[in-house]
Design a protein around this ligand. Structure first.
Ligand code: SF4
Length: 215
């Protein structure tokens, strides 16, 4: 099988209903039929999410002086999405480093009428040594506390949250949280210690200039 490589496509013809000119277009690389994928979207739950996503997008892009303009931020979109889905109970899985934002977010959610459950990453005060993390991979020692994304997810599962919001979790911990969460997960922000959580800033700066010379 050829791999899909949309990054190497010249014209993104799919945007105007004309995909497939490029050998590595998803249209050309698999035996899976278009109709089979459409059928997947007819699953009632999947359909509800897709229809809600469209409705939320439409609600965000409103005409302002004749120009379609985003009129609300992602936090408001998440709340609008939950409203449309009939979700009343929302979980927030936040990092210690994003505690201030987590507190503000939960206040906003509650003010909008949602029932909120929140779990910080350091719950249970787990130590790195308890997870057999080698000393050389600890910042100071195996006794330092470590994030506990599995329990973050399990507590929200027990609480019966209908949607979980990730806020500032570390790379890897976010994966474990998502894998263990029973409710759908949406990400409000991820941790990027260097850029103040502006994860794609390095793509706009010269940060990767040297490595790209090898491309
Ligand atoms: S789907 Fe096909 S047409 Fe669209 S960007 Fe990918 S390769 Fe290009």
């Amino acid at each position: 099988m050829d791999f899909p490589r949309c990054d190497r496509c010249g014209d993104a013809g799919c945007k105007i209903g004309e995909p497939g000119k490029f050998k590595n277009c998803p249209t050309n690389v698999s035996e899976i039929k278009r109709e089979e994928i459409i059928e997947r979207y007819h699953d009632p739950e999947t359909q509800a999410l897709m229809q809600t996503a469209a409705k939320v997008e439409r609600g965000t892009l409103q005409p302002v002086n004749g120009v379609l303009t985003p009129i609300r931020p992602r936090i408001s979109e998440i709340m609008a999405f939950a409203d449309e889905m009939g979700w009343k109970k929302i979980g927030v899985a936040f990092c210690l480093a994003a505690r201030d934002e987590g507190i503000k977010l939960t206040k906003v959610l509650e003010a909008r009428g949602f029932e909120v459950c929140s779990v910080i990453c350091r719950n249970f005060s787990m130590k790195k040594g308890e997870f057999d993390i080698p000393k050389e991979d600890c910042i100071k020692s195996e006794n330092e506390s470590v994030c506990n994304p599995v329990y973050q997810a399990e507590l929200l599962n027990e609480a019966g949250t209908q949607l979980n919001i990730v806020l500032g979790l570390c790379v890897g911990h976010d994966m474990l949280f998502t894998k263990n969460s029973k409710a759908y997960v949406t990400t409000l922000s991820v941790k990027d210690r260097m850029t103040g959580n502006n994860t794609i800033a390095p793509l706009y700066s010269g940060f990767f200039t040297e490595i790209l010379k090898k491309y």
